[in-house]
Design a protein around this ligand. Structure first.
Ligand SMILES: C[S@@+](CC[C@H](N)C(=O)[O-])C[C@H]1O[C@@H](n2cnc3c(N)ncnc32)[C@H](O)[C@@H]1O
Length: 249
């Protein structure tokens, strides 16, 4: 079940029960543009601890600058590791630095929990050297893994998925200015949430987390403050439904 909630995440979180969520996966407003919705709600990371199961964890997209700026607000969280999203082209605003072609997704778990007790499913591939999505592979309508990652290693043995994941950004087809590619989000959710578990995205945007969660057989709670983006989430979930049914046949 995908539950879409229109509202401010700080208000909505109050209505969610304690320890009801297996994993948080979110892409907060980085607070790096003048866009109306790009405002970091003060203290949000700490508010999520209550609703997370003690075995749960959290993926947060962001820039290194964003994490440094808000470090004290991650009180109660322990960082475990990070994944780098490498894009095909840059989105930076500056011409006096290196061309920025990456973003990060950082994985946290509650400081009150033991790492050994945190749910985690290390992701495997048949070719850990593969860094690009094969151009020849048929592009999937659903921007997921179908047709996008066909891997085979020389010895045929599975390897851990690399911490640098190349995925084209969604420019040209996105319904949200910062829409994340499903192919990038899928391994993060699979790593942190069991099948049938509940993923919470308190900054849902166009609902990528919900689209991927449903594809992976998980439930999701999506919170979004902007009514126009809530409509986009509904549209994406409706549009993808026949596609997902066809894929299952
Ligand atoms: C970076 S975008 C998320 C994009 C998303 N990952 C996607 O793939 O479409 C952050 C979203 O958080 C929403 N937002 C900002 N402040 C919020 C708040 N206090 N409560 C709920 N949503 C909020 C914004 O409207 C925006 O759509």
């Amino acid at each position: 079940m995908i539950n879409i909630i229109h509202g401010d995440m700080l208000d909505v979180l109050r209505s969610l029960p304690d320890a009801s969520v297996d994993c948080v996966a979110t892409d907060p407003p980085y607070g790096e543009t003048s866009l109306e919705w790009d405002r970091w709600p003060a203290g949000w990371p700490e508010r999520l601890l209550r609703v997370l199961k003690p075995t749960g964890s959290m993926w947060v997209f962001g820039s290194l600058r964003m994490f440094f700026d808000h470090l004290p607000e991650f009180v109660g969280w322990q960082m475990s590791h990070e994944v780098i999203w490498e894009k095909q082209n840059g989105t930076g605003f500056f011409t006096d630095r290196f061309r920025r072609v990456h973003e990060m997704a950082v994985h946290f778990y509650p400081s009150a929990s033991r790492w050994a007790d945190i749910y985690k499913a290390p992701q495997m591939t048949l070719d850990a050297r593969a860094r690009v999505i094969r151009k020849k592979a048929k592009p999937a309508q659903w921007q997921g893994e179908r047709g996008a990652t066909v891997y085979r290693s020389e010895d045929g043995g599975p390897r851990l998925v690399r911490s640098v994941i190349f995925a084209p950004n969604e420019h040209g087809r996105a319904l949200h200015p910062t829409q994340k590619p499903s192919v990038l989000v899928a391994p993060l959710l699979r790593y942190a949430c069991p099948v049938g578990g509940v993923v919470l995205d308190p900054f849902a945007g166009s609902g990528t987390t919900g689209v991927v969660a449903r594809e992976c057989g998980m439930q999701a709670i999506l919170i979004e403050k902007n009514a126009a983006f809530v409509d986009v989430i509904r549209q994406r979930l409706d549009d993808d439904a026949p596609l997902l049914r066809r894929a299952a046949e």
